[in-house]
Ligand binder design. Structure first.
Ligand SMILES: NC(=O)c1ccc[n+]([C@@H]2O[C@H](COP(=O)([O-])OP(=O)(O)OC[C@H]3O[C@@H](n4cnc5c(N)ncnc54)[C@H](O)[C@@H]3O)[C@@H](O)[C@H]2O)c1
Length: 393
């Protein structure tokens, strides 16, 4: 089969835009032509473009016009308008997590601590509806960049579930570390919430995905979430929190600890933890308790490699693992962190969908379900954990 060429544009020039570009270099199923980058921070865009030998475009529209697909690597508040702009031009949109959300009433002093969370649920559901409607009308599609779906350990678990007809009884997932780097992350009005959405979306979406797979494999029908109970906390904003300099603690109006208890329509359950208060490097793990097996998917850390380094300075030029606080003593270096995390596999799969119409694992319905569950969870947390129904699409 002749290899097709996909032309692409990057929106945003920060952290996510950097690893998206690295993954493009590894795509082998199609040729990739990067037309350029657009960011509202023109200086950052110019620097990003120069480093990679691509063009910094002056407007979003100019870049969308030239390409087959855009990578939406902006803060969540901008995901909907940018993705819809691409879909309206019949282009594909790879959208970073979370798909969308509620970012306040537009006022500068909007405070995530005090508004009614039912508003967030209502507005985020409306945003999802707009995105799904735009996708329906378009020849393009939303490709939801949930890398956990493509992480090799999650895909191996999918194989086990499909081939052995497992019934998943309980999923126990967690994403945690010592705090996100992006300055905008501290504000609900840019992030659409705190750690429950920012990190919780990863293990939650993997759990929703595996329950969908289970239902499709056995009965040809996905098993979907029915209700959620949740708690959120702002531990680093407690007056008695003692800052020792290891954990980010400048959050404005967001949660830094959360737990969601999800009940699926078949009565089985998932517990999803997310926090910004964990030292020792990023902790990404999903445990599946099924009726015929039990799996622990260690995305990070894992024991592919373990190293003892007696002198911190010796490792000054060695990347060990995301968010590790020290490289001295025993550590678990990830020999190919992107691979374990699923980034290159995700990019490869998306480009095959765009070029050859191959099936899409992480699609807009999965993304919509995750957003709907999370904002129902915020409503629950406001009621100290009362159960709230989850709308599905
Ligand atoms: N999948 C993952 O593991 C992962 C990891 C990190 C971040 N993310 C996601 O990636 C997205 C970006 O996060 P980041 O860490 O790269 O943030 P960042 O702050 O490092 O970069 C954001 C970039 O977007 C630009 N930008 C902001 N508003 C824009 C707009 N309206 N139009 C065009 N450009 C705009 C900024 O100028 C900046 O260049 C977020 O949705 C985040 O949740 C995903």
């Amino acid at each position: 089969m002749e290899k097709k060429t996909v032309s692409t544009g990057i929106i945003g020039a920060g952290f996510a835009a950097t690893f998206h570009f690295e993954c493009l270099k590894k795509v082998h199923g199609t040729n990739v032509e990067v037309e350029g980058v657009f960011s509202t921070d023109t200086e950052q865009a110019a620097e990003y473009a120069k480093k990679r030998g691509i063009r910094a475009c002056e407007s979003l529209e100019e870049l969308i016009d030239k390409v087959d697909v855009i990578h939406v690597c902006t803060p969540p508040v901008a995901h909907e308008p940018i993705a819809v702009a691409a879909l309206e031009q019949d282009k594909f949109a790879i959208v970073e997590k979370p798909l969308t959300g509620y970012f306040g009433d537009g006022s500068d002093d909007f405070n995530g601590d005090t508004f009614a969370k039912a508003d967030a649920l209502e507005h985020s559901l409306a945003s999802i509806e707009r995105m799904l409607a735009a996708e329906k009308k378009s020849r393009g599609r939303i490709l939801y960049a949930e890398n956990w779906v493509y992480a090799p350990s999650i895909q191996k678990e999918r194989e086990i579930i499909e081939k052995t007809g497992s019934q998943i009884l309980w999923i126990h997932g967690e994403e945690a570390h010592s705090g996100s780097h992006a300055a905008t992350y501290a504000y609900w009005k840019f992030s659409g919430g705190g750690v429950m959405i920012g990190k919780g979306c990863h293990p939650l979406t993997a759990a929703l995905y595996l329950k969908r797979i289970e239902g499709l494999a056995r009965d040809g029908k996905p098993i979907r979430p029915k209700a959620v109970s949740a708690r959120t906390h702002a531990i680093t904003r407690l007056e008695n929190f003692k800052d020792e300099g290891h954990i980010r603690c400048d959050y404005h109006d967001i949660d830094d600890f959360s737990v969601m208890h999800v009940v699926f329509e078949d009565g089985t359950i998932a517990d999803i933890f997310a926090s910004d208060i964990i030292l020792g490097g990023v902790h990404n793990r999903l445990e599946v308790a099924a009726n015929n097996h039990r799996s622990i998917c260690n995305i990070n850390p894992n024991t592919a490699m373990q190293t003892y380094n007696p002198v911190e300075a010796n490792f000054k030029d060695i990347y060990v693992v995301e968010k590790t606080g020290t490289k001295q003593g025993w550590s678990s270096p990830s020999p190919d962190e992107d691979w374990f995390t699923g980034y290159p596999q995700e990019t490869e799969a998306f480009y095959r969908t765009i070029a050859y119409g191959e099936p899409l694992e992480s699609n807009s319905l999965l993304a919509a379900e995750a957003i709907s569950t999370i904002y129902s969870a915020y409503v629950s947390a406001e009621k100290a954990g009362a159960e709230v129904a989850v709308k599905t699409f």
